[in-house]
Design a binder for this molecule. Sequence first.
Ligand code: OOG
Ligand code: MG
Length: 262
Amino acid sequence: MALNATTIAALAEHLERCQLEARDTVKITDEHPALDWADAYAIQDAILERKRNRGARLVGLKCGLTSHAKMKQMGVEEPVFGFLVDEFAVADGADVRFAELIHPKVEPEVAFVLKDELRGPGCHIGAVLAATDFVLPGIEVIDSRYRDFKFDLKSVIADNTSAARFVVGGRARPVHSVDLRTCGVVLEKDGQPVALGAGAAVLGHPAAAVAALANHLARRGRSIPAGSLILSGGITEAVAVAAGDHFALRVQHLGSVSLRFV
Ligand code: OOG
Ligand code: MG
């Protein structure tokens, strides 16, 4: 670690305030160029700790930058991982208040719910499929706290990988009943398709992203607990949002899910 505990806590407070107050900021590596990977995840952990101290519940985890479309869009080359708390959750079909966000974008994703703990190293697609209870369609609303959505990997990790809101569909499908590689996804804005893809866009298979998460956590002495909800990462480029937009995601065999920005 390159930063001391006081700086980690101050950066966590700063980034969380930006999230809660819908304010943007310059990326933290501008002021702290020495910030390393351990610092970045320590800041993310400190944000989670702040939320937990106010009564928030950890409901799951997210993988980000797991598709070539996303990596290309953001100009980076490695997946990142973050957390999901209950305050980010939106009910299917519900309204999201645009004023609570800075410059949100939406992403079509597949969500996994685990029946068993997943522990790396050496976690692979087979282990993920065996540990998965069911899968759901999900829309993630990302909202980087960094000005103009411009960041490097360490800054975005510290900012909890831009996590802001998410919604998942309510029809649970057993993971063995669908081929998540070939299943098609259509994201519609106000009834018009705005992004199209298939599950294979995410590391060849969305379960590979969950395996990468388990292997990443193993390097930090952690595992994915049973019962976790995991967003496996945007299948297409993220789509910019304006107030009034309605988004519906249709995932082949998994049903649909929607939300509206008001
Ligand atoms: C980082 C988060 C990306 C995904 O699904 O790829 C992400 C960002 O692009 O702001 O959640
Ligand atoms: Mg995402």
